[in-house]
Design a protein around this ligand. Structure first.
Ligand code: NI
Length: 176
């Protein structure tokens, strides 16, 4: 495994539509391993392949809705060729991106989504995400269409607004 360079906003690669993954081979496995390592190293909760310069439909998301009192730890979900097949509810809050360091936008997302995807070996599966995980699924899948949160946010949040939000909500706006 190796850390990969995360492209930053302004790089044209981040604006491109990604092609489906068709080979579930060693190269894909290395990519997914490296993406997870790169996301964890950057303290992110999600990373999409185009952010490391690969225009293929693959993302990793950190599932943080775990029962830590029961000894569960956040774990990495790999989604290859993911699609949102159901969305319900609504949440609004700060959203960041590892490609846009230090900037948080006020973004509306569904509270709950159901995703259909393939695993690293090409097997199809469906998965649900709530709250921050639903937000991360939507954010990462948007990267595959060349979309950043900057394109869908209401506004960039000021430091004062962020501080007030975290005091009130104890929310989570980790970069993705
Ligand atoms: Ni992002």
């Amino acid at each position: 495994m190796a850390l990969r360079n995360i492209l930053k906003e302004g790089d044209e690669t981040l604006e491109k539509h990604c092609r489906p993954v068709t080979s579930f081979d060693r190269r894909l496995h290395d990519l997914l391993d490296d993406m997870a390592e790169t996301m964890n190293d950057a303290d992110g909760v999600g990373l999409a392949a185009p952010q490391v310069g690969v225009l293929r439909r693959a993302v990793v998301v950190l599932e943080t809705n775990v029962d830590e009192e029961a000894g569960e730890e956040p774990y990495v979900i790999e989604l290859v060729n993911p699609e949102v097949i159901e969305a319900a509810g609504e949440q609004e809050g700060p959203e960041g991106c590892l490609s846009v360091p230090g900037v948080y936008g006020w973004v509306k997302r569904p509270e709950h989504v159901r995703v259909r995807a393939q695993d690293r070996n090409g097997e199809f599966f469906e998965l649900e995400g709530d709250g921050l995980t639903a937000r991360a699924f939507c954010h990462e899948i948007a990267h595959l269409e060349g979309q950043l949160f900057l394109d869908v946010m209401d506004h960039v949040m000021s430091d004062e607004e962020l501080e007030a939000y975290y005091e009130d909500e104890n929310g989570d706006g980790d970069g993705a």
